[in-house]
Design a protein around this ligand. Structure first.
Ligand code: SER
Length: 598
């Protein structure tokens, strides 16, 4: 089965059960400064799991683009990826365990749908602990569906609990479904989650709790269901592959990597998987409409690391001495552009930025090499090589640890790789702690009232965009925003530095709107209608679902209309005084404004 057929089947199935199909949200979370990426389908839906009304209803299904950098050390095995697509179905205070489990089982095993062999499936349920009870209900539902008790294992919080995505928020016990990917003749009667042949394919989370910052669990207003099934895994399973990289979602990439390295996949699996995974993830992050480019901060830093690690491993595999990222980038875009139109739209941007980063990194490597040669004399005998020196090379020149180790090897001195690695890691940790302390300073106002402050700044961002359009022209488009309790950071397309006069005009327009005490109104409508009314926003809807539109002011005093998930203040009078603190370049053709409310 092809990926597109599977995506369609999944959505059709849940449509037949009364679900509305909604589009994937952006990979870059809107208005959530605590995380860099959308890590799960539930992430963009948090406000609705907490009880806010979703414009598309109480039963939703979607395919969400996700990035997980926490799994990065596991990338290289057959089932973990930095970028993946999550098939999800959602009950926002509607159905609960019974329907959720029954439908998952039906979709997986019915001949009309995926037709998986029931005998190769097993499940786990939450065993209970001091905070929440054993999930007896799920256990009984699975039994009633005919699953042998030996295939229903009870596990603890580490395995069978999900959420919250940040330090607080919705969470609950889950039940996971596993598929036996080993020899079908040898499937064990009893399920044991230590056996890697059992691959987790679906996770049904029953979100009925809210975890407070203190760690306390309280019951949510409503009982929700959040399920997530990794597309890459389930596609491999249906097609009888025990390796996700053999599916069409990766096979073209692997083939090209074999060509570039003149080596075989079966002998270099780990390295080739990492290259394919990292380039794909970088393409999706940059191809998102937020215009992320490789840099030293936030999402840009992750993109930089992904591209550079891929290039480094390409070197290990003896890729030819020429620029090659374009070859792989083009494959990713070609394979996904019909499903994710943004990749088609942003193709040139992605190609250009990736290659720019590739060139930059090659320069960095050359500089690092020169520097390495300069301090080489220091390393007369292996004993004198210190992790600290190697870390400084990395820190100052971006020269990677692995490359230093390769250079040391060439020197034919006897050094202790493990000791150097350990010392390097220690230095890195020290450094991270320092920067963490520095960034903790960002929240000096305290996170307690952070929510209120971020909501105000969010409304200010709408006023800012509208004012920029008025002062600079209609070419101005939002390219990303990041809000903390203290400040708003706003990126937008524009080719020139703003003059003092322009900045003042923008500031005044925003403050005028605040002084006019304008009401902020939310309406739900079709995307078509929103566009017809002139609403701005980069939201794309593939399935014709309804969107929320926030309008600030009415009639003659209407100053802004944007498609947006919210939340916002009720009236602009709540904002106080708006001030631009800084205006600078963010990347080519993109300016960045930092602003505050006083
Ligand atoms: N939130 C759960 C997960 O990410 C289910 O979607 O696994």
């Amino acid at each position: 089965m092809k990926a597109e057929e599977l995506r369609q089947k999944y959505l059709d199935f849940f449509k037949s059960k009364g679900h509305t199909i909604i589009s994937s949200a952006s990979l870059i979370p809107e208005n959530d400064p605590t995380v860099l990426f959308t890590t799960a389908g539930m992430h963009p839906l948090v406000p609705y799991l907490l009880g806010e009304k979703h414009p598309a209803g109480k039963r939703l299904a979607n395919i969400q683009k996700c990035i997980r950098t926490t799994d990065i050390d596991e990338v290289g095995d057959s089932t973990h990826h930095t970028f993946f697509e999550m098939l999800g179905n959602w009950s926002l205070g509607d159905y609960f365990k019974k329907e959720s489990i029954k439908w998952s089982w039906e979709f997986l095993t019915s001949p009309k749908w995926l037709n998986l062999d029931k005998n190769l499936l097993a499940v786990s349920v939450f065993a209970g602990d001091e905070n929440a009870p054993f999930d007896k209900e799920s256990f009984e539902i699975w039994k009633s569906l005919g699953i042998n008790e030996k295939r229903i294992v009870k596990l603890g919080k580490k395995e069978n609990w999900w959420g919250p995505a940040g330090e607080s928020g919705p969470c609950g016990a889950d039940t996971e479904i596993f598929y036996w990917t080993g020899d079908p003749q040898k499937v064990p009667e009893t399920f044991n989650d230590d056996n890697d042949n059992w691959v987790e394919i679906w996770n049904n989370v029953f979100m009925e709790y809210n975890k407070e910052k203190s760690g306390k669990l309280t019951l949510l207003k409503q009982k929700n269901v959040d399920t997530g099934m990794g597309l890459e895994r389930i596609l491999a399973v249906i097609n009888n592959y025990n390796d996700n990289y053999k599916t069409e979602l990766f096979s073209d990439l692997i083939k090209k990597i074999e060509e570039l390295s003149n080596k075989k996949y079966r002998e270099n699996k780990k390295e080739m998987r990492i290259i394919a995974d990292h380039i794909k993830a970088a393409v999706f992050i940059m191809g998102d409409d937020k215009g992320v480019t490789p840099s030293n901060t936030d999402q840009g830093y992750i993109v930089r690391r992904l591209i550079r690690r891929a290039i480094r491993i390409g070197k290990q595999l003896n890729f030819p001495n020429q620029l090659w990222t374009k070859d792989l980038t083009e494959i990713v875009i070609k394979n996904y552009q019909d499903t994710y139109n943004e990749l088609k739209k942003n193709k040139n941007f992605v190609l250009k930025e990736t290659e720019k980063e590739e060139k930059k990194f090659l320069q960095t490597i050359n500089k690092g090499l020169k520097k390495f040669k300069k301090i080489k004399g220091k390393f007369k005998s292996g004993k004198e090589v210190k992790g600290e020196d190697i870390f400084n090379l990395y820190q100052t020149y971006g020269f990677p640890l692995e490359m230093s180790l390769e250079e040391l090897q060439k020197m034919k001195i006897d050094f202790d790789t493990e000791k150097i690695k350990k010392e390097f890691k220690e230095e890195e940790k020290k450094h991270q702690e320092l920067s963490r302390t520095a960034s903790a300073g960002k929240f000096k106002g305290g996170l307690a009232n952070a929510k209120e402050e971020t909501i105000k700044l969010h409304t200010a961002a709408h006023l800012l965009l509208a004012s920029l359009k008025k002062v600079l022209g209609n070419h101005v488009e939002q390219r990303g925003s990041n809000i903390t309790a203290e400040r708003l950071r706003f990126d937008f397309s524009h080719n020139q530095k703003l003059t003092d006069e322009e900045k003042e005009k923008v500031e005044n327009l925003v403050n005028d709107a605040i002084q006019k005490k304008l009401d902020v109104k939310m309406e739900e409508m079709s995307l078509e209608e929103a566009k017809k009314q002139g609403a701005t926003g980069i939201f794309e809807s593939k399935y014709g679902e309804k969107v929320k539109v926030y309008t600030i002011g009415e009639g003659e005093n209407m100053v802004s209309k944007e498609i947006c998930g919210g939340p916002h203040v009720k009236n602009t009078r709540e904002l106080g005084k708006f001030k631009i603190k800084k205006e600078q370049s963010s990347s080519a053709g993109v300016r960045r404004i930092k602003a505050i409310l006083e």
